[in-house]
Design a protein. Sequence first.
Length: 262
Amino acid sequence: MNLNKQQKMMNTLKRIYTLLILILPLTLWASTPEQQVANANKAYFSGQYEAAVKIYEPLVNKGYASPVLFYNLGNSYFKLGNMPMAILYYEKAKKLAPTDSEIAHNIRLSNTRLVDKFEAVPTLFYVRWYNSVKNILSPDGMAQISLTFIALFWILLAIYFFARRKLVRVLSFYAAILFIVVGGFGMILAYQAHHAVLNPSEAIVMDPAVGVKSSPDPKSIDQFIIHEGTKVRVMDRIGEWKEIGIANGNSGWIQSNAIREI
């Protein structure tokens, strides 16, 4: 009798163990970021914007990032009328997909609803050219193309050393120089783009109105006022204070909790 009971118990444990093996992968699959994004997208497209935000935000806090996630989260906040958060996530999406026209359009549309309308200081032509080249591709896309050029450089270099015909050697030599220069320049751009994503130097004002002070001291005078949704450039940090610059060239100090970095 004891043997029969032990055998039945073992069979029961085996069934439980088998069920756990079958159920556990399904549970893990259901909680993947991709599935959560799909659930958030479903909530968004059905007009449940608050529900979508509640699913998107934990993913962002866990470090999950993609242009689609940031764009949809920005759209959700836009629909809820929260312009600062909408612009923040549109700008995050733009960093990962700088050539996306829909993201750029939504940033322009959101900016029309802001209080501040600062006239931007004109930039030098070579700075504009450099920024336009840097924004042609995403950081990953720029890195991939640069690595391709560098790989072609090594192939052309091998052709130069092993080719017998003088014309082939000359052409491969100059082509190799061109490819390594382009590849190296592309890697520099990719590095700077990745560095900008990991170490943000721009931020969005979150408070309704913020007095920008002359020094990192609450007793210092307010030089000017900026309002929620305004994009600023973070220039320096001292404790709980950040020195920021705005589009018209003015700068000053605000407390760190008044802004969120892109």
